[in-house]
Design a protein around this ligand. Structure first.
Ligand code: PGA
Length: 256
């Protein structure tokens, strides 16, 4: 299985800044046959960066897209329009769920639209702080996972990457708000068990599960060694080139 190191740039970098970053990153990338390095810039930067990127070295992801291919949907970008430009798309990120009101139904259609357009969706799931406090983590994870996968054929499961991102651990500056590797391990086990119960053992073995939530060079190793984890989805730390390349080095050490 490949190890995925995915940088989610969120709403940061102008197109020019993104291009300079990408240039430097490609120069700094080590040889990594078993590692897939991916960055997710803003939509406006994707097309120019797709001309600049060396796809043997790394890939691009969209941060979000709309599930219809075309039509009267002012302001939206479709997966169809992104096909050929990106190889991956983040789908159902908690910021899309909680700031922009995306629900599991819509996210399921986005997962299906991505697969239909040959883009690998990175389906983000995760409980909020209050859901965890009320003991609802298991239900939330199951609902978001099976809900998000509900519009694709069983055979397409292996095309989907799952990212566990506890909402309470995203963009955290306090150590007390970081997920411990044990907490991550418990939810990853639940994700894999839910998939095995629904799709069977063989199909589940092909699914990659990533972790995201304030990952940085000092905690990356601990998360990468959690059983059942195949990579990381990194926000803040991916904006600093030296931190992002340090995480890639850690991944190379512990995984490859
Ligand atoms: P963070 O973001 O690494 O800044 O917590 C992760 C994410 O939201 O994908």
């Amino acid at each position: 299985m490949k190890t995925y190191i995915v940088g989610n740039w969120k709403l940061n970098f102008t197109v020019g800044e993104a291009s300079i970053y990408l240039h430097k990153l490609m120069k700094a990338l080590p040889n990594h046959r078993d590692m897939e390095v991916v960055v997710a810039p803003s939509t406006v930067a994707l097309q120019p960066l797709s001309l600049q990127i060396d796809r043997h070295k790394m890939k691009l992801a969209a941060q979000n897209a709309f599930y219809r291919d075309y039509g009267a949907y002012t302001g939206e970008t479709s997966f169809l329009q992104l096909s050929g430009i990106v190889d991956y798309a983040i789908v159902g990120h908690s910021e899309q769920r909680y700031i922009f009101g995306q629900d599991d139904k819509m996210i399921a259609k986005e997962v299906a639209a991505a697969v239909r357009n040959r883009i690998r969706p990175i389906l983000c799931i995760g409980e909020t702080e209050s859901e965890r406090a009320f003991g609802e983590t298991t239900d939330v994870i199951r609902d978001q996972l099976l809900g998000g996968l509900s519009e694709i054929a069983d055979d397409d499961l292996e095309k989907v990457i799952i990212a566990y991102e506890p909402v309470w651990a995203i963009s955290s500056t306090k150590v007390s708000k970081l997920a411990t590797p044990d907490e991550v391990a418990e939810v990853v086990k639940l994700i894999r068990k839910t998939l095995v119960d629904t799709y069977g053992k063989k199909a589940t073995e092909k699914v990659s599960v990533l972790f995201g939530g304030s990952v940085n060079p000092s905690n990356a190793g601990a998360y990468l060694t959690v059983p059942g984890i195949n990579g990381l989805l990194i926000g803040g730390s991916s904006l600093i080139l030296s931190e992002f390349t340090d995480i890639i080095e850690v991944a190379k050490r512990v995984k490859v």
